[in-house]
Design a protein around this ligand. Structure first.
Ligand SMILES: [Zn+2]
Length: 288
């Protein structure tokens, strides 16, 4: 199995790092939602979770997906081979379908009780910013290897596309988790094409109906296709997190690590109430 990807590591990763640095500076200057917890504490917590998860991503997930694509390419296996698409179409359709498969994976993370245990670690973050983009339990990243590797093989996408897609995927994940306030008029149009910070903020709301919306990663079209798009929530009304995890002491790296193996709590606030909000009209229109 191949583990070294020269262009990915020497070009893709530095570009991603530079983009993250720009976002880090911008989200400080133009804040979208007000913070509820000290940034320093969250950097330590999210950094600790990422310290385990990112190596799993680079050393297991990326080589796994690449190997799956190489195997499919060599054996003329997968949708792209069966349809006998020309090379450019394999790249174009492959990119879109990889993104669609990740929409489905994200839905699965929320619908499966087992997978939710791991994905919940990402969702109980009580603020949302750039550091949330890598706050995924190592178990979630490991669990994604058979799914994402299997999808790559089933689609039969070209192996280099897997690496290219992953760089864009990570860049978009960083972008839509950031706390960057884009000009509303601009974001209103941008979210027609891709997932934006306001759109993804709604996915991290403590209101269940809102969490169960906006699962897309790069293109917002998948949410539109499956009627899971929800844009009509005012950002200043959103409380980020999961209602049953409102105690900041539970955000310690040790607790975050063992959380998937603990008893799961029902979707309600510590006083037993279930967060709700009056539903506004025009679900597919972004509010400021
Ligand atoms: Zn989610």
């Amino acid at each position: 199995m191949k583990f070294m990807f020269r262009k990915f590591d020497t070009l893709g990763m530095p570009i991603l790092g530079a983009a993250a640095m720009v976002l880090f500076v911008l989200e400080r200057k133009h804040q979208l939602r007000r913070r509820t917890r000290p940034k320093k504490d969250r950097l330590v917590e999210n950094g600790s979770v990422a310290a385990a998860a990112v190596p799993a991503l680079r050393l297991l997930l990326v080589p796994g997906m690449y190997a799956a694509a190489q195997w499919a390419n060599k054996n003329s296996f997968g949708l792209m081979a069966w349809l006998r698409l020309p090379k450019w179409a394999k790249y174009g359709a492959g990119f879109l379908l990889l993104d669609y498969s990740n929409y489905l994976w994200h839905v699965l993370l929320h619908k499966s009780d087992l997978l939710w245990r791991f994905h919940n670690v990402h969702h109980i973050d009580m603020d949302l910013d750039l550091s949330s983009a890598w706050r995924f339990h190592i178990g979630e990243n490991v669990a994604s290897v058979p799914y994402r590797g299997g999808m790559v093989a089933l689609l039969g996408v070209p192996a280099p596309l897997v690496l290219f897609y992953e760089v864009i995927f990570e860049g978009c994940t960083a972008f839509h988790h950031s706390n960057l306030r884009l000009p509303y008029a601009f974001e209103k149009h941008l979210c027609q094409l891709m997932v934006t910070p306001r759109m993804h903020g709604i996915h991290h709301s403590i209101v269940a109906r809102e969490t169960n919306s906006n699962f897309s990663v790069i293109f917002s079209a998948w949410d539109r296709l499956h009627q899971t798009l929800r844009l009509n929530v005012p950002q200043d009304k959103i409380t980020i997190g999961v209602p049953s995890y409102r105690n900041p002491h539970e955000q310690s790296p040790a607790h975050l690590f063992r959380m998937p193996f603990e008893k799961q709590r029902p979707w309600q606030l510590p006083d037993g109430t279930v967060p709700s909000r009056e539903e506004l009209p025009r679900q597919k229109e972004l509010l400021p």
